[in-house]
Write a protein that binds this ligand. Structure first.
Ligand code: GAL
Length: 341
């Protein structure tokens, strides 16, 4: 019997049963294919579900239920030049990305033509039941040095611009996002006059930055933090603009420090394999915990074509190392990562 035979009253019932069985079969095959380890290839074009390269540069990821949402700078060609855009994508396996929304912002505070919106990061706040987006807001020449905040009651809808400020009264350029295992939310921000970067706790409603946990005295940006087996690891890049440099890491038992000395995360002559840190993403699976280094491979003249370097880190006992980029697989259920030979 084929699944597609003509219906007659006599065999209609058994055909329906067969069709249900067939649908279930294909559903299970599909689900199994999805649950299987998925390949991630740094430096390649990453097509979304529409076949367009993912526009989520300088980004960050939050997990809601079993879904990961990735927000970043959308630098597509042909956009309205007076606006700035944030891309929002979702995935259940970190390898297949579905386009959710291109969030547009108009120039909010007379910071000038050529205004800058970079490194957006989204948090979900239980208390106000809102998604809260932080962005680096700047003017030409990067002199404004503020964060901007926008909120939305859905993760992938239009965000309402609220305000901008200098966190803790300090200049803030590159920002990073860290959510600790207990759910507390932190903003990482580079403070040029202080020659360092802060890890600061957000207020209860996440709408302001409340408490400085550390000012880490190292001229680094692209700051990212992860908590792994009783230690906090912080990663940052040197201040060389779009040009890649040797990113470095330090560790501490507490977000308040003291922090260790900074060390290279990769052979320095590779300049972090041409990338710059944006986030450290921890996947705690049923069998293993993998920490992913998320970096940007910037193409300053063709920003829409900037690529991503994502690799599982060798991490533990105070050491962190970025392996040479190669295609690798991630099993999102078990948390196991395997670099292909
Ligand atoms: C980098 C920074 C990017 C962008 C760029 C502009 O240092 O990490 O987000 O601001 O400079 O030159």
């Amino acid at each position: 019997m084929t699944f597609f035979q003509t219906l007659s009253p006599r065999n209609a019932l058994s055909t329906r049963a067969t069709n249900i069985a067939a649908s279930l079969f294909f559903y299970l095959i599909g689900a199994a294919a999805f649950a299987a380890p998925q390949t991630i290839e740094s430096g390649a074009v990453w097509p979304d579900d529409r076949g367009k390269h993912v526009q989520s540069h300088g980004g960050g990821i939050i997990k809601v239920g079993d879904t990961y949402y990735w927000f970043g700078e959308d630098r597509s060609q042909g956009l309205d030049r007076t606006k700035r855009y944030v891309g929002c994508y979702s995935s259940k396996d970190l390898a297949h990305w579905t386009f959710r929304k291109q969030i547009a912002f108009s120039e909010p505070e007379n910071v000038g033509r050529g205004w800058i919106l970079e490194r957006p990061k989204v948090y979900y706040n239980e208390k106000i039941k809102q998604y809260v987006m932080y962005m680096h807001l700047d003017g030409p020449g990067y002199k404004v040095a503020r964060v901007a905040v926008a909120t939305c009651d859905a993760i992938d809808s239009d965000y309402k611009y609220l305000k901008s400020f200098r966190p803790l009264g300090q200049e803030s350029r590159d920002i990073g996002q860290f959510i600790d295992d207990d759910g507390s939310a932190y903003l990482i921000f580079e403070d040029r006059p202080a020659k360092g970067f802060h890890i600061a706790k957000l207020a209860d409603d996440y709408l302001t930055v409340e408490k400085d946990m550390s000012l880490i005295s190292a001229p680094l940006e692209g700051g990212a933090v992860v908590h792994y087996k009783d230690l906090y690891y912080v990663v940052g890049s040197a201040l060389t603009g779009w040009r890649p440099n040797p990113n470095k890491y330090a560790t501490s038992a507490s977000l308040e420090g003291p922090w260790s000395e900074f060390k290279d995360i990769a052979p320095p002559d590779t300049n972090t394999y041409g990338s710059q840190s944006t986030m450290l993403l921890k996947i705690a699976g049923t069998k293993a915990t993998t920490v992913i280094f998320m970096g940007d491979i910037w193409k300053p003249r063709t920003q829409w074509d900037s690529r991503y370097l994502w690799m599982p880190l060798q991490i533990g006992e105070g050491k962190l190392w970025l392996p040479e980029p190669k295609p690798w697989t991630l099993d999102i259920e078990t948390g196991e990562a395997e670099i292909k030979k």
